[in-house]
Ligand binder design. Structure first.
Ligand code: NAP
Length: 327
């Protein structure tokens, strides 16, 4: 493989465009191909983002010789099938979050990547944002002592549209899998898998959760108090409380560029990690670095973390009795 990773994008919706923008901030990446379920949409995307080749089927992308890695940007319910298709075609895969709808699907995807000897990663871009890396480094150094509690929320308000991905049970809509995944992953990244979960949803008229709250208990008694919503605007911030102080990440904590560190008895410290672009370039850079190093998974977002994450979300849905039609 050359040192420039040749990317293909599968699906041409909102996040596909963001990822294409993000790739522009990477020197070692070429966006060579885009694929849609129809040629006209693929052509429109290619012309908007300057992509050389536009394909009218996902199958054509999976077997295209001009692609090293495919970024999958389809609804949650398609992630598993699309990933398997690309792995079968010999492509490395970066697949949007949630990795898939449930643990069975996630394990199937990972097993196929291992069987084929190909790279696979969930596009949990939060973990690659410079400030989040700095946060993890400081926590590991014990800046606030042992972490005792986390609070985080991700909620926004949009109008109900039963045909839209967010509200459609057929597309595994709802707040949990779409945005609840961020506070849950934020907690898991710092405190690991929960030992106990208490959660409640507000199910809307289409049958998926319009808002949901989760309290997770961890091995040493630490607590995570988390929430998510698609019909309620929330602060979208995160607090980490430790034995010696606390850290605050303000609005859009998952892609923040600054945090405030409050240590007991000291002046607050404002930590800045500014970056250019929309932030999606960092996960793509990780994929490129892993491919060049011959790695089949990322040490920053390894397969085990994706399994832990989907297990937590499966357990939460089980408490609610919420199954999607395809399950
Ligand atoms: N990382 C992030 O910050 C972030 C942000 C938003 C979304 N996401 C994730 O990215 C995925 C896509 O989200 P999105 O907001 O980009 O969705 P979207 O705007 O609805 O786009 C999804 C695309 O998937 C393709 N598709 C394939 N099967 C489809 C179906 N049955 N119904 C609708 N579209 C279908 C379509 O592309 P073609 O017509 O070209 O085939 C469509 O444009 C979701 O899993 C979501 O969780 C991540």
């Amino acid at each position: 493989m050359s040192t420039r990773i040749r990317w293909g994008i599968l699906g041409t919706g909102r996040i596909a465009g963001e990822f294409a923008e993000g790739l522009r901030h990477l020197q070692d990446a070429n966006l060579t191909v885009v694929a849609s379920r129809n040629q006209t949409t693929a052509d429109a995307f290619a012309s908007k983002y300057g992509v050389g080749k536009a394909l009218g089927t996902y199958e054509a992308l999976a077997s295209d010789p001009d692609v090293d890695a495919v970024y999958i940007a389809t609804p949650h319910t398609s992630h598993c099938d699309n990933t398997l298709l690309c792995l079968e075609g010999g492509k490395h895969v970066l697949c949007e979050k949630p990795f898939a709808v449930n643990e069975t699907q996630v394990r199937t995807m990972i097993a196929k990547a291992q069987e084929k000897g190909l790279f696979l990663m969930e596009a949990m871009w939060m973990r690659f944002i410079p400030l989040i890396r700095e946060l993890r480094k400081r926590l590991a150094e014990g800046v606030i002592g042992e972490v005792r509690m986390i609070q985080a929320d991700f909620g926004f308000r949009v109008d109900i549209d039963p045909k839209k991905r967010l509200f459609s049970p057929d597309l595994a809509g709802g707040a949990l899998l779409d945005v609840g995944i961020y506070p849950i992953e934020f907690s898991g990244m710092i405190l690991g898998a929960p030992t106990e979960i208490v959660s409640l949803p507000t199910l809307g008229e289409t049958g998926v959760d319009e808002q949901s709250a989760y309290i997770l208990k961890h091995a040493k008694g630490q607590l995570s108090v988390l929430s998510s919503a698609v019909r309620t605007q929330t602060s979208q911030s995160a607090w980490i409380y430790g034995e010696k102080g606390r850290i605050h990440l303000s609005r859009q904590f998952w892609k923040a560029s600054h945090m405030d560190v409050f240590l007991d008895g000291k002046e607050p410290e404002s930590v800045q990690c500014p970056y250019e672009g929309n932030g999606y370039q960092f996960e793509a850079r990780e994929v490129g670095e892993c491919l060049l190093a011959g790695k089949l998974e990322s040490s920053v977002m390894p397969h085990l973390e994706s399994i832990r994450l989907i297990q937590t979300m499966d357990r939460i849905r089980q408490q609610w009795g919420l199954k999607y039609p395809m399950e």
